[in-house]
Design a protein around this ligand. Structure first.
Ligand code: ADP
Ligand code: MG
Length: 283
């Protein structure tokens, strides 16, 4: 998804007030009635309607008049709210190029005034399942909303907390910088996902290091659950960094053994396909 942050510069206080009002309305409305937005935003002279038209033009909200006249946030609208909050907090001042597209996220570079570059992960839960859910009308009838805002925010919260805790315990993970809504700011990892690497100086050593990482995680009570060549980054000095933690579970999870075995299996499979390894390690 394109993130045109130019628009962000042209948005004024009223725009953010109304955007925030739509967000607040979404806690108990799938589509927020115009009157509710207006009541929460509390702008003078019926200004809400004009502002909503402007937000709609910039695709920050979606208009739905199938049952009543109402609006909901788009992912872009939610992105803007998170970005604005983090910029106000002084975490970064500009958004740069997109550096990754995950299954359920978009990753961008962000920079501070003095040129420090970091990574911004915007969680996009429900992006994949949205259509699937939509087709199941029966299921929908009993639900108030798709709740993608909530799910994405929860994913960011979990990811940030794990990243922070793992960093404290000396695991090779990005530095967790800050978080807002569905957005996590972390240090930029140099290097590439392992999946892009065709050759390694020391495949045996890297394999052992990765395997002992899974084991050490388990010793700390955690299983990554998506431990594979896409979520392990490696730099030119063959230093590895593990990323992508929102789905981690505890070793006391009832499927813990299965998840652990699957993580190990993924790495084994990848290494045996791509590199010649003679592991003497823990496997
Ligand atoms: P998803 O949950 O969608 O798979 P990831 O966290 O795995 O998201 O990120 C997707 C891609 O973005 C990664 O494969 C990697 O290429 C890039 N990426 C993620 N985090 C960083 C980071 N901190 N520094 C550099 N690149 C990153
Ligand atoms: Mg990933």
């Amino acid at each position: 998804m394109k993130l045109d942050v130019d628009t962000l510069r042209y948005l004024v206080r009223e725009d953010f007030k109304v955007l925030t009002a739509v967000e607040m309305g979404m806690t108990n409305h799938e589509i927020v009635p115009v009157e509710v937005v207006d009541r929460i935003a509390h702008l003078k002279h019926g200004g809400t309607f004009k502002v909503l038209k402007n937000l709609l033009k910039h695709k920050l909200v979606h208009h739905d008049s199938s049952k009543y006249d109402g609006y909901r946030l788009t992912y872009l609208g939610y992105d803007f709210l998170a970005i604005k909050a983090l910029v106000n907090r002084g975490v970064f001042s500009s958004v740069g190029r997109q550096i990754g597209v995950g299954k359920e996220s978009d990753i961008f570079e962000v920079a501070t005034e003095d040129g420090n570059i970091m990574a911004m992960k915007l969680h996009r839960l429900g992006r994949v399942s949205f259509r699937a859910v939509k087709s199941k009308r029966d299921y929908l009838r009993h639900r108030r909303s798709y709740n993608w805002l909530y799910l994405s925010r929860l994913a960011a919260l979990k990811e940030y907390a794990f990243m922070k805790a793992l960093g404290v315990h000396g695991f090779p993970v990005p530095i967790a910088v800050d978080r807002n809504r569905h957005c996590v700011i972390m240090s930029l990892v140099q290097g590439y996902p392992l999946v892009q690497v065709k050759q390694l100086q020391n495949p045996d050593e890297i394999f052992d290091r990765i395997m002992s990482l899974v084991v050490r995680l388990a010793e700390h009570g955690l299983i990554h659950c998506d431990f594979n060549e896409f979520n392990i980054m490696i730099d030119d000095d063959e230093k590895i960094t593990m990323i992508d933690f929102p789905q981690m579970v505890s070793v006391s999870h009832r499927n813990a053994q299965m998840y652990f075995d699957r993580d190990v299996e993924c790495i084994l499979k990848f290494f045996s396909k791509r590199f010649v390894v003679h592991s003497t390690g823990i496997a």
